[in-house]
Design a protein around this ligand. Structure first.
Ligand SMILES: NC(=O)c1ccc[n+]([C@@H]2O[C@H](COP(=O)([O-])OP(=O)(O)OC[C@H]3O[C@@H](n4cnc5c(N)ncnc54)[C@H](O)[C@@H]3O)[C@@H](O)[C@H]2O)c1
Length: 447
């Protein structure tokens, strides 16, 4: 019977008895003829096994999602070894051991992260940075921020917050007193193109950081960046911490809101001291190229039209723009005010603080006023285009009530939009002109 005649349903096949010995000899002969083929396939299977064994990801990448990392242009940097540990330890050592803190700043090559890490270092705390230098926006800007931190004595480890083994190693080497967790996939509109990156960094990444903090002995206090975007469709202004936050308008906002709930769990079960900071549209030198004030500056200088969004019935779109130095003071105050975690060995020993604060400026400015200030500072007339605000996650209006932060953190923003933008524009012109003269026309781009 040839193979094609075999019934396709397993269990219905029956071997015919009469020609048993003859069939056996035939099969043997057939196998002998196929010996070279057999040897080839055995070798092939062995080679395949070896390749899979050698290329299989190590347990380090337990939490990471390969496709997300690739889509963001992230490659794992090597870490570990005595020289690396020495550098980590030295960067994280406080100037005065008795009173200084030892702080892990995630997202340290980012806009807010760089400023916070530098400020903590300046006042004598030990600071270690962590960042994966992803390509959401120009990584050259992140590397320039890292170079600045390097000169200030802050080492920024290149790695992903989802790398559980790396986090474990960092906590083994340094007994951090605080974690300032700022690493995240920021931006509202990018979620339409790459939703997975928000889950990877803002949900899975946050859990990985809290897991490491929970397991550390001593447990650090955690201060982390939530966002004003959690207020979503809330129309009661100014936004106060007691307002509804269950109607997010974007995936970004939803991941930050999820983060606040996740943080509460780690506070409740493991006794981690956790402070969430809801930043309101932060701007300033070394800012983020995906934000309007930044790309408006670039487009005005290039003579390209800038789109000014309008709400329904020509309603004004406005933001509570908050200058970076005010945000940094708020973050540092939150570190100082954090209070201790109470857990050890993964168990809680008493309740620990769980707090949420708005960090804003309390004076919203319309986007058209923002453009007018930029025109004046750049001495260039903008080509303006009024556009109906698309439904892609942006909200029409943000305005912070900062009473709680004023009372508990003594947070008092002092920089208005005009003087803050002046400092931004000065930095922008200096950074991009010196980069153009260094690298010619192929130098850094803003996006
Ligand atoms: N800038 C604002 O206006 C604003 C407003 C509200 C909230 N926030 C929040 O503040 C924090 C800092 O924002 P920013 O403006 O400095 O953004 P940023 O993008 O400049 O900084 C974030 C940094 O985190 C890094 N990062 C992202 N995913 C990572 C990962 N998986 N592992 C390691 N590093 C990773 C990025 O490379 C980047 O350098 C973020 O959590 C952001 O959501 C910012």
């Amino acid at each position: 019977m040839d193979a094609d005649a075999a019934p396709s349903t397993p269990g219905k096949w029956k071997m015919e008895k009469p020609h048993h010995h003859y069939r056996h000899r035939l099969i043997l002969l057939h196998r002998l003829q196929n010996l070279p083929k057999l040897a080839f396939w055995t070798f092939f299977a062995f080679a395949l096994f070896l390749a899979v064994f050698l290329l299989w990801p190590s347990p380090r990448s337990h939490f990471s999602s390969g496709s997300v990392r690739r889509s963001l242009g992230v490659s794992a940097a090597p870490w570990g070894g005595p020289a690396w540990e020495k550098r980590v330890r030295s960067s994280a050592s406080a100037r005065r051991v008795s009173s200084g803190k030892s702080v892990l700043v995630t997202g340290a090559a980012g806009f807010v992260g760089m400023h916070v890490a530098a400020a903590l270092k300046r006042r004598g705390d030990g600071v270690l940075g962590l960042d994966n230098f992803n390509a959401y926006y120009d990584p050259a800007l992140k590397r320039a921020r890292r170079a600045l931190l390097d000169r200030a004595g802050v080492f920024v480890v290149e790695g992903d917050i989802n790398d559980a083994a790396l986090l474990r190693k960092l906590f083994d080497v340094v007994p951090f007193t605080h974690v300032v967790h700022l690493a995240a996939q920021a931006g509202v509109r990018h979620a339409l193109a790459d939703p997975g990156s928000y889950i990877h960094s803002n949900v899975a990444g946050l859990v990985a950081v809290l897991e490491a903090a929970k397991a550390a002995d001593p447990q650090p206090a955690v201060v982390w960046a939530s966002s004003s975007s959690v207020y979503g469709l809330n129309s009661k202004v100014p936004f106060s911490e007691a307002d509804r936050t269950d109607r997010p308008a974007s995936l970004y906002a939803a991941t930050k809101k999820a983060g606040e709930e996740i943080a509460h769990v780690y506070n409740h079960i493991y006794g981690l001291s956790i402070t969430g900071l809801r930043f309101f549209t932060v701007y300033g030198p070394w800012g983020r190229p995906d934000m309007a004030y930044f790309f408006f500056t670039r487009d005005i200088l290039r003579g390209k039209p800038v789109s000014i969004f309008e709400g329904p019935d020509h309603a004004t779109v406005a933001r509570d723009f908050t200058y970076i130095d005010d945000i940094v003071r708020g973050c540092v105050a939150a570190v100082d005010h954090a209070g201790k975690s109470t857990g050890s060995g993964g168990k809680k020993h008493g309740s620990a603080p769980f707090r949420i604060y708005n960090l804003g400026n309390t004076s919203p400015v319309s986007v058209s006023d923002l453009v007018s200030i930029l025109e004046q500072l750049l001495k260039v007339k903008a080509v303006k285009k009024l556009v109906k605000m698309p439904r892609n996650g942006d909200v029409q209006f943000t305005h912070a009530n900062i009473t709680l932060a004023q009372k508990e953190l003594r947070y008092r923003p002092t920089t208005g939009l005009q003087s803050g933008l002046k400092k931004f524009v000065r930095w922008y012109l200096d950074y991009y002109s010196s980069s153009l003269s260094k690298h010619g026309s192929k130098g850094r781009t803003t996006n």
